[in-house]
Write a protein that binds this ligand. Structure first.
Ligand code: AKB
Length: 323
């Protein structure tokens, strides 16, 4: 049985984050602790996270593919809501297809089945722009369109969307989801994604080094600053259930840019910053994804509005990383 050294208040909403030490999980955990109280939000992962995360509330070492261990933690803390942030991202998943499939699908089935059995009330599960593929309309990609993902990660996310929709229709599981674009944050590094270049480039710029982009200069991808992504996640979980018309996953957008454009936005502050372009296997993945996303359904259903464009993102990233 896990230990609980914290003063956990079982009268309030209790939340479990799976994969709490990753790029999104870290910031989401801290945001939810601020909103609902530190002791109400249990962080879990297969490894310990940042000091801030470990010191601010309960933490459990937990493998999201282990159903029994997950059930134990859920019963012990009387968890009501689960955010499943554990996943293997696009670039790493191409190297380890079976491991990616097992992690991405089994963790989702564990959570959906616990919800089906009435052990939790609500689930957040992230999808991705990776659900789209080379036959998808490239610009302003609609909510419902041709998908046909060509990556292991994209296939797992598209399958996950179908299962979320199925569990909602068949068993009434209250599962909510958004298709994240590439996410940019200064607090935690991403790992194993194709959009990671858009974080690495800022780190190199502030440390006075040149950057070699693994994508071509004109590869346009949908991106979002982390604060917008966290707000979207909290908002979709708070809206009344009957407002949601999409139970697979909502398109979500904020900005789209190329490596050349992000370089120029950094050079406006650091003119001597140098970037060269040496595309690797991630170029093919990026080429299969849309340039821009139509997220109007999210705006209509739950009031989604992004706040950060490229200029504001660059300002925030350089200011915070430069500190
Ligand atoms: C990745 O690049 O794999 C992720 C994603 C777009 O889901 N950041």
């Amino acid at each position: 049985m896990p230990s609980n050294p914290f003063n956990f208040d079982l009268m309030q909403k209790s939340i479990l984050i799976l994969g709490a030490c990753g790029q999104i999980g870290t910031e989401l955990t801290l945001a939810l602790r601020e909103k609902y109280g530190n002791d109400q939000v249990v962080a879990s992962d297969i490894r310990e996270g940042s000091k801030n995360l470990m010191d601010s509330g309960p933490f459990e070492l937990l493998d999201a593919t282990n159903y029994d261990a997950m059930e134990d933690v859920i019963m012990y803390y009387e968890i009501e809501e689960v955010y499943l942030m554990a996943a293997m991202l696009s670039a790493t998943a191409e190297k380890f297809p079976m491991r990616a499939w097992n992690l991405n699908m089994n963790s989702l089935f564990n959570v959906l089945n616990l919800a089906k059995e009435g052990k939790i009330n609500k689930v957040f599960w992230p999808s991705s722009i990776a659900v789209f593929g080379p036959n998808t309309p490239l610009e302003n990609t609609p909510q419902s369109t041709i998908m046909e993902p060509s990556t292991v990660y994209g296939i797992s996310k598209q399958s996950g969307e179908r299962w979320c929709s199925y569990y909602f229709r068949k068993y009434g599981v209250d599962v909510r989801s958004v298709r994240y674009p590439g996410l940019i944050s200064w607090k935690t590094l991403p790992g194993g994604g194709t959009t990671d270049y858009a974080v690495e480039i800022y780190h190199k710029a502030v440390s006075g080094e040149a950057y070699t982009s693994f994508l071509k200069s004109d590869t346009k991808l949908p991106m979002m600053f982390m604060d917008d992504a966290i707000r979207a996640t909290v908002d979709i979980m708070e809206i009344e259930s009957d407002k949601l018309t999409v139970r697979s996953s909502y398109n979500l957008a904020a900005m789209s840019f190329t490596p050349a454009e992000i370089t120029a936005s950094i050079q406006a502050y650091i003119p001597e910053f140098k970037v060269d372009f040496k595309p690797d296997f991630r170029q093919d993945i990026a080429d299969s994804w849309p340039n821009s996303i139509d997220d109007s359904q999210a705006t209509v259903d739950w009031g989604w509005q992004p706040q950060f464009d490229l200029e504001r993102t660059t300002e925030e990233m350089l200011r915070n990383l430069g500190k």
